[in-house]
Design a binder for this molecule. Structure first.
Ligand code: NAD
Ligand code: DAU
Length: 340
């Protein structure tokens, strides 16, 4: 089995590469990644010499490069993680989100049509469903929840999902889609809530909480997400969407306080700043379909996963300190400099 994993130098993609190489020693895993600001080759250093692994630096929108890779590798499957993934960046500058997330997805699927494929899997997000009210804990996103997006990021992901399902109906491309809630764990880029708060707390810098910190996310340890995708590409039904989430809703302020407690830092570091534009209130996934059909259940409890994650950031300072000392500094100044 040969699998092209796009975006494998990013957070979830790299964890998926490790998961697959460990679990299937006879599979060939090809990582195709453009190495944008979010992609990091050092993340993959432990697998670079693995004879079953190949890294190819390319843009998923580059038709020639994608076709060349398909000709060389004749993949059985493509799992598409490659994306612009940060909501705040999409609010500042939507264009690259449309290009990578929509056109890149189409380019990959065109190659799948041209060369043939057993499965094209699209890694999508619960954000395509918009948000849920905070005061309705009985409401969840199911696969039937209408698409209703809030940000340029989620709109680009929703556009991609619709294209993927359309390629199935029109061209009979064997596709599947997973829509997952917020992931956390090792190699999470420090622009995102959990790693940003860990890095700032360790440096005794203010922890910028948007609005009142009341927004709720449904957190899932990244390895649980990787296991879900593994199950879907092997046993999931073609043409289907699977929601992935762990029934683990937490408000942002609760998470930030837990991180401070774990690190022994004072709550006085918390700074409430201007809210995100169009900020989604609450995400909550109903994972009944994937549990029922594929037997998937989350394995990592949030308290254990958060401890493991903090330990990883403490033991791998070099990885994230190198990131935050580079162009990230300009990003941070632009996004947080005079955010009141
Ligand atoms: P990330 O930003 O950490 O990584 C994205 C990777 O894609 C990087 O390695 C980057 O270099 C690569 N990439 C970007 N543009 C590319 C292009 N044009 N061509 C080739 N490679 C390109 O993202 P992540 O958090 O790991 O998310 C991975 C996927 O999972 C995304 O599709 C995202 O929408 C989805 N998702 C993320 C979460 C989450 O909580 N992080 C939850 C649900 C779904
Ligand atoms: O739900 C899945 C989505 O989760 C993925 O599709 C996205 O790719 C991923 O980035 C994530 O999106 P969020 O916007 O939920 O994640 P983020 O870490 O950016 O923010 C989480 C919450 O924390 C959100 O309510 C905004 C808030 N926040 C975030 C940052 C970066 C803050 O309060 N302060 C911050 O500095």
């Amino acid at each position: 089995m040969t699998i092209i994993v796009t975006g494998g130098a990013g957070f979830i993609g790299s964890n998926f590469v490790f998961h697959m190489l460990n679990k299937y020693p006879d599979y060939r895993i090809i990582c195709l990644d453009k190495l944008t600001y979010a992609g990091n080759l050092s993340t993959l250093k432990t697998v670079m010499d693995n004879p079953n692994f190949r890294f190819v630096k390319a843009d998923i929108c580059d038709r020639e490069a994608v076709n060349k890779l398909f000709e060389e590798e004749k993949p059985d499957m493509v799992v598409n993680f490659a994306a612009e993934s940060h909501v705040d960046r999409s609010i500042e500058d939507p264009e690259v989100f449309l290009r990578t997330n929509i056109l890149g997805t189409a380019t990959l699927m065109d190659a799948c049509r041209k060369y043939g494929i057993k499965r094209y899997h699209q890694v999508s997000t619960d954000e395509v469903y918009g948000d849920l009210p905070i005061d309705r804990p009985d409401m969840f996103f199911t696969e039937e929840t209408p698409i209703k997006t809030s940000s340029p990021y989620s709109s680009s992901k929703a556009g991609a999902d619709l294209l993927v399902l359309a390629y199935h109906r029109t061209y009979n491309l064997p596709v599947s889609v997973s829509r997952c809630s917020n992931n956390y764990g090792p190699y999470h880029f420090p622009e995102k809530l959990i790693p940003l708060m860990i890095a700032n707390a360790l440096a005794d810098k203010p922890l910028p909480v948007y609005g009142k910190g009341e927004n709720i996310r449904d957190w899932l340890y990244v390895e649980d997400h990787c296991r879900a995708i593994d199950l879907i590409i092997h046993n999931g039904k073609v043409g289907e969407v699977y929601n992935v989430g762990g029934h683990n809703e937490m408000s942002n302020i609760e998470i930030v306080k837990l991180i401070l407690k774990e690190l022994g830092k004072p709550e006085s570091l918390i700074t409430f700043v201007a809210d995100r534009k169009g900020h989604d209130l609450r995400y909550a996934i109903d994972p009944a379909k994937i549990s029922r059909e594929l037997g998937w259940l989350p394995e990592t409890k949030f308290c254990d996963g958060l401890k493991k994650t903090i330990k990883w950031y403490l033991e791998n300072r070099e990885w994230w300190q190198e990131i935050i000392s580079g162009e990230y500094k300009d990003y941070y100044a632009k996004m947080y400099g005079d955010r009141k």
